[in-house]
Design a protein around this ligand. Structure first.
Ligand code: IPD
Length: 267
């Protein structure tokens, strides 16, 4: 029988919790086993690899016919129509430095559309979940609560607290820096937390107002974008372009038009 989004979500939550336990346990060994990927800023630790192996192993044990796409190389077409998109540690640099702000991100997709999304903030235990039409939820150590924008703020760009991030390729970083320099005088302020999935969830929870980033990969946004959309944000690309191709934007309706127009002009 085709799996329901609720069942996929339960599996994603259980798997993310197991991975978070592994990541916390192995924290001390991360610095000893670090490697670089596409550029010297693009790091991967042995813990990323071990967490991805744990997650993909658990998912396939439960659902052997599913497909996989993981940041650390998991890739498998599958035959069930469901594909899991996994970032075992989003925010690897924070993790490596002992900073907060890293998460396990797990999404189930059907035809490239997320039908269940889980972002688990490892150091705080905050668990963000969403299914299409089921709303976005935040479970703290206490109890689950719905995550929903209030709908009347911010009222202007000047009051908009913006989160963003930077990719790893040097040319891309140069371009992103130029956009930030021009955006900064137009908005309340800018945050760079270092974890795209948590940036999307922060926007969902109103901890920042808006988020944008150029050049995200599917595992960075597959779960977080569903959380943001279900919380009531406009989740979109630049005007006339699809989400994340090349820019991912999550912005409250109240300032969507000027924010998108500005990004379009600066980009
Ligand atoms: C990165 C983080 C960062 C974002 C980068 C991502 P990783 O993911 O989410 O905030 O700016 O674009 O690649 O490499 O830590 O999983």
């Amino acid at each position: 029988a085709p799996a329901s989004p609720a069942d996929l979500l339960d599996l994603a939550v259980a798997t993310a919790r197991e991975a978070a336990a592994l990541i916390t346990r192995e924290r001390g060994s991360a610095a000893a086993a670090v490697d670089v990927k596409s550029s010297p800023t693009d790091v991967v630790t042995a813990v990323d690899t071990a967490a991805e192996r744990l997650i993909t192993g658990r998912l396939l044990a439960a659902r052997p016919d599913d497909g996989l796409l993981g940041e650390e190389g998991a890739s498998r077409p599958g035959s069930s129509g469901v594909r899991w998109v996994v970032d075992p540690i989003d925010g690897t640099v924070n993790f490596l430095y002992g900073l907060r702000g890293y998460a396990v991100s797990v999404a189930a997709q059907v035809d490239g559309v997320s039908v269940a999304g889980v972002v688990l903030d490892v150091p705080t235990g905050d668990l963000f979940t969403a299914t299409p039409g089921g709303g976005a939820w935040l479970s703290t150590r206490e109890a689950p609560e719905p995550v929903r924008l209030s709908g009347n703020r911010p009222v202007s760009l000047g009051q908009t607290l913006v989160a963003t991030g930077f990719g790893y390729r040097v040319e891309q970083r140069r371009a992103q820096g130029a956009v930030v320099a021009q955006l900064l005088p137009e908005v309340r302020d800018i945050r760079r937390h270092g974890c795209a999935s948590l940036d999307l969830c922060a926007a969902a929870a109103g901890r920042v107002d808006a988020y944008y980033e150029l050049g995200l990969k599917p595992w960075d946004h597959a779960a977080g974008a569903l959380v943001a959309a279900e919380a009531g944000l406009v989740v979109t690309g630049l005007p006339g372009r699809p989400f994340a191709e090349p820019m991912a934007v999550a912005v409250p309706e109240t300032v969507a038009e000027p924010f998108l127009a500005l990004l379009d002009r600066l980009h």
